[in-house]
Design a protein around this ligand. Sequence first.
Ligand code: PXP
Length: 252
Amino acid sequence: MNRIRLGVNIDHVATIRNARGSTYPDPLRAAEMAIAAGADGITAHLREDRRHISDADIEALAAITRKRGRPLNFEMAVTAEMETIALAHLPHAACLVPERREERTTEGGLDVAGGHNAIAPVVRRLADAGIRVSCFIDADPAQAEASKSAGAQVVELHTGAYCDAVREGSPEAGRMLEALRVTAAEAARLGLEVHAGHGIDYETVKPIAAIPQVAELNIGHFLIGEAIFTGLGPAIQRMRALMDEARAGRAA
Ligand code: PXP
């Protein structure tokens, strides 16, 4: 079965750095280490409140990923400010996410169906600049359809609710996984590339990686947390191995 890509999100290295207002730990160093450990790409979210990644980080990450020949996936809210920054750095990909200041993380997917008129022109301008545009959506085939009609080339399925359900032992987990499967199949049928991310850990990665249409996973918080105990390289390598096992059809 085809290999699935792993994008490593290094936002929370910056969260730790910013907790002390210091210069370390450096997300650039984490990006270099992630690439050395086999990450297929680097993902970073420049939030409007700059709570973790800074403008200078994005500039440096754009340079480093270009130098290393790895794609940078720039997660961004659909705002004029973020669009200007994306167009200035021309990352390989931009993932459009909803953003609310009071949220702790990206809670829920982008409502592409409801926000079509605001989202489609941004998708077009980014795509015209050569950026692969992805919409971060909930497991809902209607949102995949709306992403296609807005001009996106990719959808990233929000796996957070499923991962939380597994960790909580909720009986809803199976239904949520099925919704991810159905949406992935529908998105692929529409000609969209399918990515997935949010909340993925060693326990939840295999059922998600086993969804045949999923071409890329973006994983951050868990890997950065594991890095405290095992180091970032080994954490990435273990995640990579689990993804490969899932693709090869080997059970957990
Ligand atoms: N994908 C998207 C679109 C995200 O917003 C995030 C969180 O920044 C992730 C993936 C990674 O999620 P996590 O840090 O929970 O692995």
